[in-house]
Design a protein around this ligand. Structure first.
Ligand code: KG4
Ligand code: ZN
Length: 387
């Protein structure tokens, strides 16, 4: 089965082709094209929904064309071929599209395009929840960079992370898929959620943020420190030069009796600390960044491990933009080594480029939760959450 997947929930326009057959435990990625209006938003320090939607309109057709071309499914030699032509029907079985949560204007661009193509090509269409998509980035076979690394500080993808763990737990294979029950931590710009996955299609929400999402905290604190948008990668970069123990920031709700999070107090704590300083030099910014990054990571890791223990999870899956953070990945690996003596829990994180929004994860989610509906029943749901 081949699926064309479209993702336009926020400021990325993405289309991907995935391939898998019944019984496969990971999908193969044939192409994944992502166009981002991030640089536009970095000039304003955040996403302006109206601008994001206009950019989606600009990119959606070129991105889908490129994804089809890159997949080598068709000899698309002519630059002038028409996507909606009745002669041109790509060799795909269905179309998957993100229906929410997200920005309404952005979502509609992907959804209306997907519906039109499904109608013209007479293909079934599968609506996908963006958050579930982030989890399914862990079910994509890696096609490049397969070289195994043994230093956790240099690991970059699911397979490499697994290979580090397999050194501790010999029975786990480098390309093995996550095993259920799995505990997934979704950490993005808009969401921080812990969910239990008993099998494909069975997801129970355990807790989430009560205020700012983890990525939002990175972004807002990045702005306080005068770093470029988005704050997450910028904080990670300057943290490399910083001392994470230099400043002591709170670890909100780390010991609370639930699986909820709260990050807005952390932003206030950084704001207060910065206000007491006459001037921020590069060294202080690096120490502040490293200290706050560590505070966020400590809470994310502690809560996830607690949930994994309670629900006897065999796998921990990371997903969402913040999952690209190497220190977060390292911390999970290290903590699992020390707090998981029986080594029953494996750790998975997607390839870094599949952590931020992309079509590949939507195609993967659609394959493992294959529920096609009529194009007439597909609508955008900006508030969509877990059922
Ligand atoms: O998943 P995503 O692309 O979009 C949403 O669905 O929200 O996540 C974007 C978020 C931003 O807040 C960004 O700062 C954060 O992910 N992010 C990171 C890193 N890369 C992206 N946060 C921490 N460390 C990173 N390396
Ligand atoms: Zn996302």
């Amino acid at each position: 089965m081949r699926i064309l997947a479209i993702e336009t929930s926020c400021d990325e326009t993405s289309a991907a082709l995935i391939e898998a057959k019944p019984g496969d435990r990971k999908v193969k990625l044939l192409s994944n094209v992502v166009a981002s209006s991030l640089t536009l938003h970095s000039t304003t320090g955040g996403i302006i929904p109206e601008i994001a939607a206009r950019e989606q309109v600009k990119y959606i057709i070129p991105v889908i064309k490129k994804a089809l071309k890159d997949s080598n499914l068709h000899p698309l030699s002519s630059k002038n071929y028409n996507l909606s032509s009745t002669i041109y029907r790509p060799n795909i079985d269905s179309i998957a599209v993100t229906v929410g949560p997200g920005l309404i204007g952005s979502l509609l661009v992907g959804i209306e395009t997907a519906k039109t193509l499904a109608y013209v090509w007479n293909k079934p269409i599968i609506p996908v929840n963006h958050l579930i998509g982030h989890i399914y980035a862990n079910f994509i076979l890696k096609t490049e960079n397969r070289k195994q690394k043994t230093d956790p500080r240099k690991t970059e993808n699911t397979e490499s992370l697994s290979s580090v763990l397999s050194a501790i737990r010999p029975q786990s294979s480098v390309f093995s898929p996550p095993i259920f029950p799995a505990l997934a931590l979704i950490v993005s710009g808009g969401h921080t959620d812990l969910v239990l996955m008993k099998k494909h299609g069975s997801i129970t929400w355990l807790g989430g943020t009560r205020d700012d999402a983890a990525g939002e905290a990175f972004d807002k604190i990045g702005r306080l420190l005068g770093l470029p948008y988005p704050g997450g990668p910028a904080i990670e970069k300057v943290s490399e030069r910083g001392d994470a123990s230099h400043f002591t920031f709170p670890r909100p709700m780390i010991d609370s009796d639930d699986f909820d999070f709260s990050f807005s107090g952390l932003k206030t704590a950084v704001f207060r600390k910065v206000k007491t300083m006459k001037q921020l030099n590069n060294e202080t910014i690096a120490d502040l960044a490293a200290s706050v990054q560590q505070a966020i990571i400590d809470v994310l890791v502690a809560k996830t491990l607690k949930a994994a223990q309670k629900y006897k999870a065999k796998s921990i899956l990371l997903g969402g933009g913040v999952a690209a953070n190497q220190t977060l990945r390292n911390e999970f690996i290290i903590k699992l080594q020390t707090h998981n003596p029986k080594l029953i829990t494996n750790f998975f994180a997607p390839a870094k480029k599949l952590c931020t929004d992309n079509g590949a994860m939507i195609g993967s989610a659609a394959f493992f939760n294959y529920k096609p509906v009529s194009w007439k029943r597909i609508t955008a749901n900006p508030e969509l959450y877990f059922d």
